[in-house]
Design a protein around this ligand. Structure first.
Ligand code: HEM
Length: 319
């Protein structure tokens, strides 16, 4: 006869092995939607292709959107939620307001994905795929995106204000904002290579071009022409000479003391990241390889899994 205690032990073991909660065992996987939404990858790619063809900068904008999603309570599409009378999201946090862009493109992708596979794919996964596609469409190396993230029902403006790195930060602060997310100093330096595409507003680099000394004088003069000392806050400048090309020109700029943001030049300013910046400036293959790996790592920050969160119907609204 089986004793009551041993029955209890067996039952406990069974619950442990087969999982009382899908959440416990759930994990990200590249094949997460292969049965439930087999056309997902091509649907995302088609819309991204249209968006980037229309405006190449959109590849950069979507990449940044993904970074700003992942660094605030994980890659959970919290950045996509609109503010309402009773809900404060992240869109109006300092680093995001009048700066992050691309929400309409994510809406368009979501509409197409819903048409293909109703109520199945999270906005967080759509953003992860769209960011990858934007990089590839601008000439970067591809990577495999792990999938299965779910969408947050909440957002945090205060976490967006405190967790996203400032363009005025020094190296130590930049490193610590990445280590706080489980990323290394090397990850920080290679992910900053995202600034090989896209543009920044005058207000984010004015103090650098007017006040700093570790800057190429000719570069400072050029940038001042379209970023006056006390006007033109929203005027744009490219991060490097090829803002629509995902290449290693950003690192060449840093070595030439032509980093646009104070934070960019911190990566090459007689500090711990100088050697890596030099490597990437001469080895584009190493940059592409390490960037892809670091993007996968960033994409794994605190995902909502299993039955946590939800699959949003509209990326801007909690269901
Ligand atoms: C290391 C710390 C970082 C700081 C301080 C920083 C800061 C900034 C700032 C201030 C801008 C310009 C915003 C504006 O003027 O409106 C910008 C643009 C951009 N950032 Fe970063 N960033 C950092 C890291 C990253 C990372 C890790 C990624 C992605 C992996 C990224 C992707 C981008 C892209 C692609 C743009 C251009 C966006 C566009 O043209 O719309 N950044 N960043």
């Amino acid at each position: 006869m089986v004793s009551a205690p041993s029955l209890f032990v067996t039952a406990t073991l069974l619950v442990f092995i087969f999982g009382c909660c899908s959440t416990v065992n759930a994990q990200l996987s590249p094949t997460f939607y292969s049965k439930t939404c087999p056309t997902l990858l091509s649907v995302v790619r088609t819309t991204m292709n249209q968006a980037v063809t229309k405006e190449p900068r959109m590849g950069a904008s979507i990449l940044r959107l993904f970074f700003h999603d992942c660094f605030v309570n994980g890659c959970d599409a919290s950045i996509l939620l609109d503010d309402t009378a009773s809900f404060t999201g992240e869109k109006n946090a300092g680093p995001n307001q009048n700066s992050v862009r691309g929400f309409e493109v994510i809406d368009t992708i979501k509409t197409s994905v819903e048409a293909a596979c109703n109520a199945t794919v999270s906005c967080a996964d759509i953003l992860a795929l769209a960011a990858r596609d934007g990089v590839v469409l601008l000439g970067g190396t591809s990577w495999t995106v792990p999938l299965g993230r779910r969408d947050a029902r909440t957002a945090s403006q205060s976490a967006a204000n405190s967790n996203l790195p400032s363009p005025f930060a020094d190296l130590a602060a930049l490193i610590s904002s990445f280590t706080a997310k489980g990323l290394t100093a090397k990850d920080m330096t290679v992910l900053s290579g995202a600034h090989t595409i896209g543009q920044a507003q005058c207000s984010s680099f004015r103090t650098r071009i007017y006040n700093e000394t570790n800057i190429d004088p000719g570069f400072a003069t050029t940038r001042k022409a379209s970023c006056p000392a006390s006007s033109g806050n929203t005027n744009l400048a490219p991060f490097d000479t090829t803002p629509n090309g995902f290449d290693n020109d950003y690192y060449k700029a840093l070595v030439g003391r032509r980093g646009l943001l104070h934070s960019d030049q911190q990566l090459f300013n007689n500090g711990s990241q100088d050697a890596l910046v030099r490597t990437y400036s001469t080895n584009v293959a190493a940059f592409n390889r390490d960037f892809a790996a670091a993007m996968v790592k960033m994409s794994r920050i605190s995902p909502l899994l299993g039955t946590n969160g939800e699959i949003r119907k509209n990326c801007r609204l909690v269901n």
